[in-house]
Ligand binder design. Structure first.
Ligand SMILES: C[S@@+](CC[C@H](N)C(=O)[O-])C[C@H]1O[C@@H](n2cnc3c(N)ncnc32)[C@H](O)[C@@H]1O
Length: 243
């Protein structure tokens, strides 16, 4: 069971992604718990201001440190080593390895910024790590927090029906996954590779490993540089030259 505490000024944005499909099932079955904390309800002035103009001038508003700090203090900590993650395009790039590491925690706190971003003191004094979901800028941290919740939740044992699915996914083994097919075996003349219909599990396994390797070389050669190849894998790569 993993608990996510999400600090946001737009909690309503989470209703749909958390309210259907695997995440809903995972929550209903007690594998994950998602707690939303409205930062606005921790703003103590009469207008419940969560942002203000930047010191030094310039456009855009900056999220204030006090409501975020108070929201954080209201979150019950379930253990010692709870990551307090600030979502920011300036953070460490999110990847499958990081999702695996985060899935080892019992609780994760995610802080969603908005507008020009958050007061720097959130970064320096409150957050324990910063994560970016890619080199582009979103309007707010909510979508990026959902990406983390989704990628981490599917690694929690029991969330995926078939426990093999996550381990053969792209990136888990340092490779992209092999291609999938389902019925019908032929459609408009587009045929499923014979080996998948053969019933020979050893050959199917070998075909999948080879396809995974060749696909990775073609689309993400950078991944292969980080991987120690077996003799068999090297042989396959030499045998099959991309057109
Ligand atoms: C418009 S962005 C602020 C960008 C900021 N001015 C900068 O240049 O670094 C508002 C908020 O969206 C979230 N955000 C935007 N892009 C993101 C990304 N690539 N990864 C994670 N969070 C992001 C962050 O929480 C950020 O505080």
């Amino acid at each position: 069971m993993i608990r996510f505490d999400i600090l946001t000024v737009f909690p309503e944005m989470f209703a749909s992604p958390c309210g259907c499909s695997l995440l809903k099932k995972a929550a209903d079955r007690g594998f994950i718990a998602i707690h939303l904390h409205d930062i606005r309800s921790h703003a103590e002035d009469k207008h419940h201001m969560t942002d203000d103009a930047p010191y030094g001038g310039g456009g855009g508003m900056v999220m204030k440190v006090e409501p975020i700090d108070r929201a954080l203090q209201s979150v019950p900590a379930t253990g010692e080593d709870v990551p307090i993650v600030l979502m920011t395009p300036q953070g460490e790039p999110f990847c499958q390895k990081m999702a695996e590491e985060l899935a080892g925690h019992q609780q994760i706190i995610l802080i969603c910024g908005h507008y020009e971003g958050v007061d720097e003191r959130v970064r320096t004094h409150l957050a324990t790590r910063e994560i970016s979901i890619g080199d582009y800028v979103l309007t707010g941290g909510e979508l990026s927090a959902m990406v983390i919740v989704d990628a981490v939740s599917r690694l929690v044992p029991g969330v995926l029906g078939n426990c093999e699915s996550a381990s053969s996914d792209s990136f888990s083994m340092g490779l992209l996954e092999y291609p999938h097919y389902t019925r019908p075996a032929a459609y408009r003349g587009w045929e499923v590779p014979d080996v998948l219909l053969s019933g020979n599990h050893r050959e199917i396994e070998a075909w999948r490993r080879r396809e995974s390797l060749l696909r990775t070389r073609k689309r993400r050669p950078d991944l292969l540089k980080e991987r120690a190849l077996t003799i068999e894998e090297k042989k396959w790569l030499d045998m099959f030259i991309d057109p």
